[in-house]
Design a protein around this ligand. Structure first.
Ligand SMILES: NC(=O)c1ccc[n+]([C@@H]2O[C@H](COP(=O)([O-])OP(=O)(O)OC[C@H]3O[C@@H](n4cnc5c(N)ncnc54)[C@H](OP(=O)(O)O)[C@@H]3O)[C@@H](O)[C@H]2O)c1
Length: 291
């Protein structure tokens, strides 16, 4: 049986959807800190196990009868290394045959511009030290983050104004990352492996602007701006100031070429080419007049 943590979140939902398509619900368990949010999965026959990363006892209970664990990285940035350690320890005590972790694809994991990214290298090191048979998924930046970071549908009138310079990102759609991760977690156990789940080609913001122009039929321009101008512009578009300042860290990583590593691993695990930049953006953005 495979236990998926974070299954009430967006990536976890995509993972479980693919597991359900490929294996029996009786082989799937999910960890949920609010089991009510997983009621739909329970109705489909999935075993819902109450649990919280910060509560080792709940993790030990959740791992009963489990032989594989997928740890979806915690969204609680301040505490997440210890939270991840708790899940690693519980999986080790349960003697699982395969441990998966959703990490991040960064060219230099030890020195990201965005301090929140350091937790991924630390967690990978702790998994290595645990001796668990492990598969690491170094996920690209979600393409799904663009509607927020570009200021929503207003981008079609304002254009793209972000502090990314000529930097590029090998974006991936969250739903395809979930699908690929589920496929890998169902593979044969043993043999540690690190996948870089990213597009086969990195896209600049000029590429994003061109794709949005084609989707909308009207020109969308990319204007590189300074960090300060971005914060002012983002707040003007309704992005809360703390989020705008947090996004500055992401764009610093884009400028520094931290997020442009390409790979064919996503294609390998999907068994097909991932969605193109234009097709992915068309899923995420509704051009004016078509809502
Ligand atoms: N690659 C990228 O571009 C990117 C972007 C953003 C985030 N991430 C990382 O990838 C992770 C998954 O992404 P996502 O989009 O699925 O995020 P999400 O929708 O926020 O889902 C996070 C999941 O983790 C669970 N969780 C958080 N803290 C927990 C705790 N203390 N104990 C137990 N469960 C906990 C949440 O439970 P609840 O449903 O109860 O809240 C939720 O199920 C994020 O947590 C973040 O670390 C990656």
């Amino acid at each position: 049986m495979i236990l998926v943590t974070g299954a009430t979140g967006q990536l976890g939902t995509a993972v479980v959807r693919q597991l359900l398509a490929r294996t029996s619900a009786a082989q799937i368990a999910v960890l949920a800190r609010d089991p009510g949010r997983a009621a739909g999965l329970e109705q489909q026959g999935v075993s819902v196990r109450p649990g919280e990363y910060a509560d080792p006892g709940s993790l030990a209970r959740a791992m009963k009868g489990v032989d594989r664990v997928l740890l979806i990285a915690s969204s609680e940035f301040q505490q997440r290394v210890q939270q991840h350690q708790n899940v690693i320890d519980a999986a080790r005590a349960a003697g699982v045959e395969l441990f998966g972790f959703t990490s991040r694809s960064l060219r230099d994991m030890a020195a990201p511009g965005n301090p929140a990214m350091r937790d991924y290298a630390e967690t990978e090191a702790r998994i290595g030290a645990s001796g668990l048979p492990a598969v690491i998924f170094r996920n690209a930046l979600y393409l799904d983050t663009l509607p927020v970071s570009l200021g929503g549908p207003a981008v079609f009138s304002t254009g793209i104004r972000v502090p990314a310079g000529p930097g590029a990102v090998a974006y991936a759609l969250r739903r395809e990352l979930g699908e690929a991760t589920a496929n890998a977690m169902l593979g044969p156990p043993g043999g540690d492996r690190t996948y870089v789940l990213a597009a086969p080609r990195a896209s600049t913001f000029d590429d994003v602007a061109r794709a949005l122009s084609e989707i909308s039929g009207s020109p969308v321009a990319y204007t590189p701006v300074s960090d300060g101008d971005f914060v002012v512009h983002a707040i003007g578009q309704g992005i809360p100031e703390p989020m705008a300042r947090y996004l500055v860290g992401f764009f610093a990583d884009v400028r520094d070429h931290q997020l442009d590593e390409t790979s064919t691993d996503l294609q390998e695990l999907l068994g097909r080419a991932p969605a193109s930049l234009k097709d992915g953006l068309a899923e995420l953005f509704t051009p004016p007049g078509r809502g």
